[in-house]
Design a protein around this ligand. Structure first.
Ligand SMILES: [Zn+2]
Length: 637
């Protein structure tokens, strides 16, 4: 009897376990996408991904770096806002400018929708019942002539504190501060922001990641992955859409947990969200800088006094650096730092989630970064000394590296374009309480990581998962858990074009073959015009500038559904041996340079990779097309 009972019991248990496994497999079948299996190409190397190691000061790249002056106008701040956000004139600056008296007016900037703003006038001393994070200040001299005009920025917390319950920070529920610099690579940060990195590392205990890699081409898809864990569908998909209900930005989850949220980028048409999509139907965060950025670009800065004469009209007309980089006497990145300081001070000890995105510094002229080094360091020092980092996890990050033609076409530049800066600092008490965090971050900083990992790290922060990490997705895993040493780019969600584990070696095929590959790339570019736009000239191959064979550290051997050992379905396909080549070519007319790669299959089929990157400036060459995805390719006829 006993043995029967035991057998029945065993039978039920086994059936239960099998059913459980099958249901898991069925769920997986619909959930998991096909996945390549890789073997190591270089078995002598202990780690699966040999992360590239380059000297940031290598002589091959240092010729692109030089000292540069801040291009902003030089005059003192004539007005300022006091702690009650009322306009005050700076008496000594007024005197210095040569005026006897100024009368100033103020218009508050209000968001109408993503494309439009309204200016709501307020008297100079009116108590503010219109809440806004920025205002336009206009001052008149004794003869009522407009002599000073400028935008002012500040975080007005009054409205929000009346309408939303913002909870206090807690040692276990820290704030998250993301300080982002567009186009900042890890090597560029080491090269041009040494003081900032030194402060982050030595004084705040930040971990600087050596294997952090972008997951897609430019700002938009990389930011989406960082902030939502999602992959971009296609650039065209978002063009006529608002992002509110399409992308589950993590700031919404933080907001639901009683955090005050902020998203600030300095340029309204910067390449992040609004150049690709319609942006946001509703403000995505509690404090949203976009209306202020629009007002900043719309406002003519002006000072006409006996001692100064500056106006930004001329700069704007010619789109000169002063306009792109400055607002009057202030650099835009300085305005952003001040805005962030105002945010931190306004919500001190409250739960905060902020994303500050600075695009003007490294995007077009990385040499400006050097000028910001001390100010960045001072900002982090100020935050640290004033207790703003006491309960805050700080993330210092770039979306990708410099994609400027000169730099990216060097051996080092091509690698650093793929590898943005990433540094993370935790409050000391968190590291003390959970030593596993320090152990894992130390380990992971020399492993292959990506924006998806940052997203899942934030998921852990959101859920307070510090002792046991839960943040993990199909691609990406929290940096609070160990990243495997044999991780592939595919595991990290990094598209193969950007995989830094690749090695480049001299080509092993004759020039005629290379010309065929190059021709295929040109054909692929031309096919873009046939479908969408006839105004673009058909391009022809001018020259193969450079070509290399790609030796991946990982060799794909099979493709399968990524199931567990008990899976009922197991799709395997035999790997067809193929070779891959990276090509840098130039075309005519227009002398464009394009970088792409091709796969040559063993049956002779040549496949051009999806990503074709423009490797020099296209300027006005594509003025006749509106489609952003055609801009790098079209030469208008
Ligand atoms: Zn970018």
């Amino acid at each position: 009897m006993r043995s029967k009972k035991v057998r029945r019991c065993l039978g039920v248990s086994v059936c239960g376990i099998l059913l459980f496994m099958m249901s898991e497999s069925i769920i997986d079948f619909f959930k998991v996408i096909p996945h390549d299996i890789f073997i190591l190409n270089d078995i002598d190397n202990g780690s699966s991904c040999a992360l590239p190691k380059h000297d940031p000061f290598d002589s091959s790249i240092m010729k692109y770096f030089y000292d540069i002056e801040l291009p902003c106008d030089k005059y003192p701040d004539v007005v300022y806002l006091d702690s009650e956000l009322q306009i005050q004139t700076n008496t000594s600056a007024v005197k210095e400018a040569g005026w006897r008296h100024l009368t100033c007016e103020r218009e508050m900037i209000q968001r109408v929708n993503e494309e439009n703003i309204a200016y709501v006038p307020l008297g100079s001393n009116a108590s503010s019942t219109v809440y806004s994070d920025c205002s336009k200040i206009s001052c008149m001299d004794e003869s009522s002539s407009l002599v000073y005009q400028q935008m002012m920025f500040h975080v007005d917390s009054k409205r929000l504190l009346k309408t939303k319950v913002i909870k206090d920070e807690d040692p276990e529920i820290p704030s998250v501060l993301i300080f982002g610099i567009d186009s900042l690579s890890q090597l560029m940060a080491k090269r041009l922001l040494p003081n900032t990195l030194e402060y982050l590392q030595r004084s705040i205990g930040a971990y600087i990641f050596n294997g952090y890699t972008k997951v897609a081409e430019n700002t938009f898809p990389n930011l989406i992955s960082l902030l939502s864990g999602r992959k971009e569908i296609s650039e065209a998909f978002y063009r006529d859409k608002y992002l509110d209900n399409i992308i589950p930005f993590i700031w919404k989850n933080f907001s639901d947990k009683g955090y005050v949220t902020m998203f600030a980028e300095e340029q309204p048409m910067s390449p992040s969200f609004n150049a690709v999509s319609k942006g946001f139907k509703n403000p995505p965060t509690d404090h949203y800088f976009m209306p202020c950025a629009m007002a900043m670009d719309n406002t003519k800065t002006l000072i006409h006094s006996p001692n100064y004469k500056y106006s930004s009209t001329f700069y704007k007309l010619l789109l000169l650096k002063q306009f792109m980089f400055c607002h009057g006497s202030k650099a835009k990145y300085e305005i952003h730092i001040d805005y962030l300081k105002s945010f931190l001070s306004s919500y001190k000890n409250k739960r905060k989630f902020s994303v500050t995105w600075i695009a003007s510094l490294a995007h077009d002229e990385p040499n400006y970064l050097r000028l910001a080094d001390d100010q960045f360091r001072e900002f982090f020092k100020w935050s640290n000394i004033n207790g703003h980092l006491k309960n805050t996890i700080l993330i210092f990050v770039g979306d990708h590296g410099s994609n400027l033609n000169d730099i990216r076409n060097t051996v080092i530049g091509r690698v650093e374009e793929r590898m943005p800066i990433f540094a993370i600092a935790l409050p000391p008490h968190l590291k003390q309480k959970y030593p596993n965090l320090d152990v894992n971050l130390r380990l992971n900083k020399d492993r292959l990581t990506s924006h998806f990992d940052t997203y899942y790290t934030m998921v852990d922060i959101l859920q307070g998962s510090f002792s046991v990490s839960h943040g993990k997705g199909q691609v990406g895993r929290s940096l609070f858990r160990p990243v495997p040493s044999d991780r592939s780019c595919q595991d990290a969600g990094i598209r193969r074009e950007y995989c830094p584990c690749h090695k480049y070696v001299p080509v092993d095929v004759p020039i005629e073959k290379l010309k065929t590959f190059a021709q295929k790339i040109v054909e692929k570019i031309n096919s873009k015009f046939n479908i969408v736009n006839m105004q673009c000239k058909q391009l022809s191959l001018n020259k193969i500038e450079n070509s290399q064979k790609i030796m991946s550290h990982f060799v794909p051997v099979a493709q399968k559904k990524q199931f567990t050992w008990y899976s009922l379905w197991h799709v395997r396909s035999t790997h067809i041996e193929s070779k891959q080549y990276r090509m840098l070519i130039s075309t005519l007319p227009g002398s464009a340079r394009f970088e792409s790669s091709v796969t040559v299959h063993s049956n002779g089929k040549i496949e051009v990779w999806d990503q074709i990157s423009r490797a020099n400036r296209y300027g006005n060459q594509s003025h006749c097309v509106k489609e952003i995805e055609l801009k790098p390719f079209c030469f208008c006829g």
